[in-house]
Design a protein around this ligand. Structure first.
Ligand code: SF4
Ligand code: SF4
Length: 235
């Protein structure tokens, strides 16, 4: 019997039942794991536009690819009410879908392209006994040559563009790319600074984005399961 199973049995660690059951609140789904939304009725007030530090609010609602979950808009009536399983494909209108040809076991290569370390830690939390992604056939690998999924955290800095491209090209097909956090989606709080790309798009072909700053580990797990065609999705 592998030692980590023996350790879990000895310590009595309660592993998450996700995705067999919905994620537990609030320990697995903190308040800001959900995106903010304006409950209405009536139009979004100008106070909300002024409160948002990253211009994530428009008359159409909140852009999840920009929202850093700072909660300032709650003073203007917004409530954290969006779905937990909120990963989206970069092409507008395309629903999350499994990548054809990938098996039920995924090997993940993590690249930090310029993070503040928070998204990095949330991804690595999937290996701890609470989330235990290995029970679902998800493993981390130190080589892109052994990887099915490239997970990228952080805003892409110019010095990381070539290593990102090289890592993607070294991966055998079929392969997928998942961007975690708003940094690889839109630049997050670093948007507009010199020496940065505003998005992972255009560097490697992204299959799924996981919004949040940082997303909860359950949300990253949902994205990886989605890539493998095994996700639980709200609604
Ligand atoms: S939580 Fe912060 S970043 Fe997100 S929409 Fe509200 S004010 Fe903007
Ligand atoms: S998305 Fe937020 S938490 Fe993640 S690396 Fe960027 S700033 Fe840090």
């Amino acid at each position: 019997m592998p030692s980590w199973i023996q350790q879990a049995a000895r310590r009595g660690i309660l592993t998450s039942e996700y995705p067999g059951r919905p994620a537990r609140e609030p320990d697995e789904v903190p308040l800001t794991a959900r995106a903010p939304a304006f409950p209405g009725p009536g139009p979004i007030g100008s106070a909300a536009f002024a409160a948002c530090p990253v211009e994530a609010i428009s008359p159409a609602g909140v852009d999840p690819g920009r929202c850093i979950r700072c909660a300032r808009c709650t003073t203007a009536g917004f409530r954290f009410a969006g779905p937990v399983e909120a990963a989206f494909r970069p092409r507008a209108g395309a629903p999350p879908a499994p990548l054809a040809g990938l098996g039920r076991s995924l090997h993940v290569f993590l690249v930090d392209a310029g993070s503040c370390n928070a998204c990095n830690l949330e991804v690595l939390a999937l290996a701890n006994p609470l989330y235990d992604a290995s029970r679902l056939g998800i493993f981390f690998t130190n080589s892109p040559r052994h990887a099915d999924v490239l997970v990228v955290v952080g805003v892409p800095t110019e010095p990381m563009v070539a290593p990102l491209t090289a890592a993607y090209e070294a991966m055998p097909a079929p392969k997928a790319v998942v961007g975690v956090g708003v940094c690889p989606i839109s630049g997050g709080v670093f948007r507009g600074n010199t020496g940065l790309r505003s998005s992972l798009d255009g560097i490697v072909p992204v299959d799924l984005y996981v919004p949040g700053c940082p997303p909860a580990p359950i949300q990253i797990l949902d994205a990886l399961l989605t890539i493998g065609g095994r996700a639980r999705r709200e609604g």
